[in-house]
Design a protein. Structure first.
Ligand SMILES: Nc1ncnc2c1ncn2[C@@H]1O[C@H](COP(=O)(O)OP(=O)(O)OP(=O)(O)O)[C@@H](O)[C@H]1O
Ligand SMILES: [Mg+2]
Length: 367
């Protein structure tokens, strides 16, 4: 799918911007604080009704006066759609083809994947960031997974509450929750494992493109408890139930459940070495880009079209050769991407055709 028109008004510093992104690559360049990231934020808001910079969208409303309005036209397999999001006085309104709709009905017309500093914690941050990455990816393909995840979380909270209230003396009750938790955890485990395997396959080619020859990136799901993970997707439930039983007194002393999907991780290795511990800034960033491109491919396998890619500070930490390889890959894959940079000379260095747009004081100029 492509975003053929993007209009943004009173979102942060932007004023009545109207932009026709290329169907390929668009490079938004300009000095710091001019509104480049805000343009990506506007596109993401149009896709999801949310900002990737803040959970409080009111913050993005122009200081001194809204309403914030973003609008655009999308074309894809489902045809053409006009979308609009207005944020006014703390209220958000969504419209598709001129009719106001609720969030559920609104979503799905424009899919956007964003890569920004806020989202790059996936590699350097704690395992919770990587679990969120897995879970968001799964839910993006199968929204019902959020229910599965919720059931697991509730079972875990109930078991923990019981442990804290002196569960040692209430063994039968804890065991009843063990059953519930093991069943719910097995469902989460299966989905995460399946997704990680698919992601690893989808990632191979983009990773080769991003890293070039000589550096191999691998991803592997690291389930908790490890022993139950080794039992495979079907043996997990039994193995986890046994682990819960044998760990009951330790869990009781701690007041929480020590093992389970809430302790899962995703391991990324470059040439067999943990990137989180040993990766350079550029290698980490390249890996995050490869992960995102893997996600993009999974989306395409599922839906038969590419989502729109938004990459903030495109060239951050990348050498020119690598940045060029990433841009080349996007072009080969016919991805519509909006990239930002503060370096005006970047477009020339990338060696890939792209539309250049200069962002100055909240306005855009063709350049
Ligand atoms: N609610 C708001 N109202 C008005 N201006 C805002 C608001 N929030 C942020 N700004 C301003 O808008 C600009 C935001 O620009 P943005 O983050 O898009 O910059 P950028 O071009 O991506 O810069 P950089 O190269 O530093 O990343 C900043 O100058 C910031 O001070
Ligand atoms: Mg920025």
């Amino acid at each position: 799918m492509t975003l053929d028109l993007l209009q943004a008004d009173r979102i942060r510093c932007l004023r009545a911007v109207s932009l026709e992104p290329s169907r390929g690559l668009t490079l938004l360049h300009g000095r710091n604080g001019q509104g480049k990231t805000t343009l990506l934020e506007a596109a993401y808001l149009l896709a999801t009704g949310r900002s990737f910079r803040t959970p409080r969208i009111e913050e993005a409303v122009r200081r001194g006066g809204g309403p914030l309005r973003v609008a655009g036209r999308v074309s894809g397999r489902a045809g053409e759609t006009d979308l609009a999001v207005v944020v006014d006085g703390g209220a958000r309104r969504l419209a598709a083809d001129g009719a106001e709709v609720g969030l559920e009905a609104y979503l799905g017309r424009l899919e956007a994947l964003v890569l920004s500093a806020e989202r790059e914690r996936v590699l350097r941050g704690g395992p919770d960031e990587r679990r969120r990455f897995l879970d968001r990816g799964i839910a993006g393909l199968a929204p019902a997974y959020l229910r599965t995840l919720g059931e697991c979380r509730r079972a875990l909270e109930q078991r923990n509450a019981l442990l804290r209230s002196g569960g040692a003396g209430r063994r039968a009750e804890v065991e009843a929750w063990d059953e519930r938790l093991a069943a719910a955890a097995a469902a989460v485990h299966r989905r995460r494992r399946e997704y990680a395997v698919r992601l690893a396959a989808a990632l191979a080619e983009p990773a080769r493109a991003v890293f070039g020859p000589g550096e191999t990136l691998t991803v592997a799901y690291r389930p908790s408890p490890a022993a139950a993970g080794e039992a495979g997707p079907h043996g997990f439930e039994d193995a986890y139930r046994r682990a819960l039983r044998s760990g009951a007194s330790r869990d009781g002393a701690l007041g929480f459940t020590g093992e389970g999907p809430h302790r899962d991780d995703l391991l990324l290795e470059l040439e067999g070495r943990d990137l989180r511990k040993y990766g350079s800034a550029g290698q980490v960033r390249a890996a995050v880009i490869a992960l995102k491109l893997g996600k993009l491919r999974l989306y395409r396998e599922e839906r038969g079209e590419n989502p729109v890619l938004l990459m903030d500070d495109f060239d951050a930490d990348l050498d020119e050769e690598r940045a060029g390889r990433v841009a080349g890959f996007l072009q080969e894959e016919s991805v519509q991407a909006m990239l930002t940079t503060s370096k005006e000379t970047l477009a020339g260095a990338l060696g890939v055709p792209m539309r250049k747009v200069r962002v100055v004081e909240g306005e855009t100029r063709a350049a």
